[in-house]
Design a protein around this ligand. Structure first.
Ligand SMILES: C/C(=C\CNc1ncnc2c1ncn2[C@@H]1O[C@H](COP(=O)(O)O)[C@@H](O)[C@H]1O)CO
Length: 213
């Protein structure tokens, strides 16, 4: 079981605006950089200590396992959405106690994650993580979805992805930037701050609109 020995964060003051269901995309493998596991544990800890729910791919391996165990250790309720074939394959890999949602296909799983989440955070990962991130960004762009996503660029993991997005705009395939719902931050702490601020702002907008009616 991954340990969770990260220092407490002193810079969050006051309660979170409301409990959010935060979907985390990250590697099913640990990767080779020790800092990534630490970032994953920090994120899990913050999700738990700020009173949010972790929604994720349901596995116990790699960075996914680090986030999930740390979130559980800090009191977060957890929902894991996993296709039956992966669930069977992963029986031997310990994942923390969670509400498990079984799906038939990977596509159904992605839809379930996208539907249930209030917001998304992406840590380093492989093709699965990239696929999930691109799905959220492109659905936001099509206005099929309007949910915030934050890429945690600890140690420059997303640097070349950000550069590619700049090139895509330069070459005329997309508008400049990631759109209104996507941000890049340096740390798990900034990612959480960003999502909580977004939720507060969105709640404010809804209240103003309700008053106008
Ligand atoms: C590779 C190994 C196990 C694979 N098991 C997975 N279990 C749960 N979810 C998974 C798994 N593999 C991919 N996912 C989903 O994609 C993302 C991670 O994929 P990546 O390619 O590692 O970036 C993750 O967010 C899941 O939703 C153990 O050897």
């Amino acid at each position: 079981m991954p340990t969770d020995e990260v220092p407490a964060d002193e810079t969050f003051r006051g309660p979170a605006p409301r409990p959010l269901t935060i979907c985390v995309f990250c590697g099913a493998r640990p990767g080779l950089r020790a800092g990534d596991a630490e970032t994953a544990r920090r994120l899990g800890r913050l999700i738990g200590s700020r009173g949010h729910r972790l929604l994720y791919g349901g596995g116990g391996s790699g960075l996914m396992g680090e986030v999930a165990w740390s979130a559980q250790h800090h009191g977060a309720p957890i929902t894991g959405v996993i296709p039956t074939f992966l669930f069977e394959r992963e029986r031997g890999i310990a994942a923390p106690p969670q509400d498990t949602v079984l799906t038939t296909t990977m596509g159904e799983r992605k839809t379930a994650l996208l539907t249930r989440a209030d917001a998304f955070v992406a840590l380093p990962g492989g093709f699965g993580t990239l696929d999930e991130v691109l799905e959220v960004i492109s659905l936001n762009q099509l206005k099929v979805l309007a949910k915030p996503i934050v890429l945690v660029d600890a140690d420059g993991f997303w640097e070349r992805f950000v550069a590619l997005v700049r090139d895509l705009a330069h070459w005329g395939f997309i508008n400049p930037g990631f759109g209104p719902h996507c941000s890049v931050t340096d740390s798990a702490e900034d990612a959480l701050r960003c999502l909580e601020a977004y939720a507060t702002e969105a709640a404010g907008r809804v209240a103003v609109e309700a008053e106008r009616r």
